[in-house]
Write a protein that binds this ligand. Sequence first.
Ligand code: ZN
Length: 349
Amino acid sequence: MKKKLMIGALSSVLVASGISYTAPGVSVLADGPDYKGNETIKNERLHSYEEMASMLEHLDQKSDALSLEVFGQSVKGRDLYLAKFGNNEDNPTVLYLTQQHGNETLTTEGALQFIKHLTSNSKEVNELLENVNILVVPRLNVDGAEGDVDFSLDDYVSGTHTRYNANGVDLNRDHVDRNQPETKALHENVLQEYMPDYMIDLHHQGAETTLGDTDELVSGSILYPTNEEVDPEVVEKSKQLGAVLYNTVESRGFGTLSKYIGGSAQTISRNGLAAEYGIATLLFEMRGMADHYREDYVLGQKSNGYLIKQAVISLEATAKAIADGSIEEVDTSFWDTLPESSYNRSESE
Ligand SMILES: [Zn+2]
């Protein structure tokens, strides 16, 4: 009897802490191959779509702060979720977007922990939500994240996740044409509906990106909009967003960030949203991926904990700085000396 209770309690703790567990009846993927001999890829520890959806629905039922909205459907008909906190038009609005690329998973794990934190009804959170509207779109590419696509993943390391949506399209190159249902819904039902002031777009890059000329591996890379049509004031606000995030991550000891080398095309959300809507945007690329057809991009699970933590502290710190206005005072000069990424074998945002 006692043992049974303890098992139940443990499951509750795992769920409450946002750590994924495997619910009965949910299909479990076999462990992936060894990664560099000592790490094993276990993508089943991440939230599946069903687990993510049930977590969000559960939080929505118990929390007054959270308003959960389905803002569209994927190619395969999965609901796309928007978690909304705060609805005061006098306050600034920030949007956190994750997993436009289905194989870039830990960003969503971080976003789910952040959403859970915002439903805690603590004094700190309530004060925060009095001063900022927070929107979270966790996992835009829900089909690619499930490997439920109309092309083969046989050549992938794990065969469970892909960058592309079910039609084989890179969603982060579809922010001008919006030919795909995921990007169309994001623009029409989130961006144009709520007009955020700030947006952080969370991704993962190759596992072996280094800081400048050094051999030091980075835990992430950041970049502001670089399209020439973006208003310089929007670029400066974007740099401020990056400064808050940089100061937060670098002060924790486990993070090292480089300046991402990215393109200037408006088809990329970092550029397109800044140019079209005047949103201050930041790209945040974290280290490694859950799955890829290139082995050197795939990250073993030993790093999952600190990378999820890196995402959570970044979301919390930027929301707080926007809420209390300190983001407008932050020094952006670090960008001038921030070493650029060295890309041995990295993939673009
Ligand atoms: Zn990406």
